[in-house]
Design a protein. Sequence first.
Length: 306
Amino acid sequence: MRLGFVILSHANPDQVLRLAKRLADTFAPAAIACHHDTNKSAIDAKRLPAFCTLVKNAVNTSWGRFSVVEAELRALQLLYDKYDPDWFVMLSGADYPVQRASVVSAELSQGGYDAYVDFRKISFANRSEQRFLTGLDLGGDGGFDRPEWKRIAFDRYVAIRLRYEPRGRNQSRRYLVRHLVVVRLASRFKFCRNIYAGDHWFSGNRKVARHLLSDTPLTKQMLAHFRSRPIPEEGIYQSIICNVPGLKLCADNKRYADWTAGGLHPKLLGPGDIPLIVKSGAHFARKFAADSPALGRLDALLREDQ
């Protein structure tokens, strides 16, 4: 079985190159398509390992914007046009493998699933919340398992966002319309599809890749819907994959991240986190600083298993 990897990055090119080399060495013959935002930092393509290709004419990406999705889909298209792997794995430049190749390959090929993806169905707000709500709360601290996550995801991906500029005032006011009837009437696809969301990073097989890259009504509807939504990368992939009949999905995306520090991003991992990472059974972990000594420790563990 051949694994393919999509790397999305914009900074720390040496860290990205280190990740690409580790993937190539651990999962040989791995195939890699890397979208590195060269508008923000340069990367030396000559230092990339074999079977690793950069996306040309990189998208100018911004965190939480649809440009991130565009960049990833370009890289996924390149990966399958050039290498056509059995499975693909979505990674950021701050991720790192934490499990030996034989274990990862066995779980993906023999697990009976088409994708390992973190997903939760985003239901309509409960009756007490089906109202016009002043204010725009699209953030929240911590990971995806906290109780308020579904409410945050509803506001991001389902509720209608309005901007109002009172006459004579320089500052506009923003509103969320969460009322069930209004949201349904305004929906571009009348909510014939369910909305799902969760952690951005996931793994899928060739069948899943074809659905994501297809020009079906489902994919076109979801691309149109999420194009104007904040942080679309945490909802669009789940909303396409989970609406395809017959796909077998595991809700464990095989990623380790520590959200205990709060904030919009997981904490940076260090050597002290390695025992918990290994015990978790995850295939990959995030996030690591470019100079983290944990990377050297993980290199040693992976070399021992080769």
